[in-house]
Design a protein around this ligand. Sequence first.
Ligand SMILES: [Zn+2]
Length: 130
Amino acid sequence: METRKKKKRLQTSSKRLWNKLAMERANHKCERCGKTTNLNVHHIIGKGRCRVLRWDLANALVLCSSCHTFGRVSAHSTNYFGQKMFAEWLDKYLDKNRADYLQTREKQSMRVTIQFLEEENERLKALEQS
Ligand SMILES: [Zn+2]
């Protein structure tokens, strides 16, 4: 029970830092269209698909709600061609090193231990300070 609480606290803290740092890096603008309102931080590789990339800034992309979910061409578009067009944009947007890193990391099936959560949280805190 105590461990669960601690995990929860670390996850909440990391989520806040991850959001804040991604927004700062993107200068509070949608990275696809430049809009400055209704911004979300998108997980390039979904949280469900890879838990170790959940608080990794390489996996963060700031998008307005239209580019994230509601637009025809958006990350979570239900329209096949819309999703494909978004993926094509993303392919061009991400530099090769970052795309390679995400692909490699996605294949690693690491367990999200309390130690892992602590390390991720410390890493984000250090980035916030720098
Ligand atoms: Zn946008």
